[in-house]
Design a protein around this ligand. Structure first.
Ligand SMILES: [Fe+2]
Ligand SMILES: [Fe+2]
Length: 311
């Protein structure tokens, strides 16, 4: 099994420490052994041949992810890279992290908690300093599974709306980012056939799906590394203003602001991404649904601010 990686994520004159492969038709051919550094001339030659992606084996994806993460600060300050190229590397690294962690037993979350924090710090810096994140986030969709991209989108939109609405300490913003990155973690306990079902779910299937906030909350709480803000988001991102949400049927005043924000980020991300049962909606069409048929779900002041932030 090979996993695609971005050429931009490799810093010339460093040692990625993983074997790099290149695609030739249907096959993957060894491009560079793990013991050899990636050089400037390698990069130029590849770009000259219009190669934008390389491959690593699934066994080495964690080592590759950690290589990219350890270089993120350097990459983010590299003036030879376009802002969009930097964002592509950052958001892809975040998707790769989620993919890696959601595929491992829950204990891996504790072992890799610092990596998560660093990624969220980078996302926070990016949201605070860039003009927009929509382009970078939507370009992730083609090459990655929905759940992983969705997690990163929700974390990013949620941080962004918190920044617009409240004066928060950096630590709380990071907790918001972590909680929203893991908001759907409980879905790892829901059968995949149910998550990918193209048609409408039966009542029983929907009841099972509705367990994911509680599954995620109990697992993550037991790790004893998540803050109450992060855990609240995981448990309550499907609550609705009118009390018709789940798992607790909370109404407006009882829903924490971080859960209200994440609920908006969650639905917007879901509606604007291709799914097995429908193609992605434009942001305008998504907003129409959120104001129209989903009326009563969201806090209107929050939704107005979110909408104002989009254009
Ligand atoms: Fe969810
Ligand atoms: Fe979600």
């Amino acid at each position: 099994m090979y996993r695609m990686i971005q050429l931009e994520s490799l810093i010339p004159e460093t040692l990625p420490g993983v074997s790099l492969f290149i695609r030739h038709g249907e096959n993957h051919v060894l491009y560079k052994n793990a013991a050899l550094p990636f050089t400037h001339s390698d990069k130029e030659r590849l770009l000259g041949n219009n190669v934008k992606f390389l491959f690593v084996t699934a066994d080495e994806i964690s080592a590759y992810n950690q290589y990219v993460e350890s270089n993120l600060a350097t990459l983010m300050n590299d003036e030879s890279l376009e802002p969009l190229e930097k964002q592509n590397v950052l958001y892809q690294a975040s998707v790769n992290y989620v993919h890696e962690i959601f595929d491992c037993p829950a204990v891996a979350i504790r072992q890799n908690a610092e990596r998560c924090r660093k990624l969220i710090q980078n996302i926070l810096n990016d949201v605070m300093s860039s003009d927009g994140v929509m382009t970078a986030l939507s370009s992730l969709v083609d090459h990655n599974s929905y759940t992983y991209v969705h997690s990163v989108q929700v974390a990013t939109y949620s941080i962004s709306l918190h920044l617009k609405m409240f004066e928060l300490e950096r630590d709380e913003l990071i907790d918001v980012g972590i909680g929203s990155l893991f908001h759907d973690y409980g879905k790892v306990y829901i059968p995949k056939v149910l998550l990918d079902k193209p048609g409408k779910l039966t009542a029983t299937e929907f009841m099972e799906l509705k367990n994911h906030p509680v599954y995620g909350y109990s697992t993550l709480k037991d790790l004893e590394i998540f803050s109450p803000v992060s855990l609240g988001i995981v448990k309550h991102h499907h609550e609705k203003e009118n009390g018709k949400g789940y798992p607790d049927g909370l109404t407006s005043y009882d829903i924490a602001r971080s859960s209200k924000v994440t609920a908006i980020a969650d639905v917007f991300s879901a509606l604007t991404t291709n799914r097995s049962y429908r193609t992605a909606l434009s942001k305008e069409a998504a907003m129409d649904i959120m104001y129209g048929e989903m009326e009563g779900s969201f806090d209107m002041q929050y939704l107005d601010t979110f909408k104002g932030n989009l254009y």
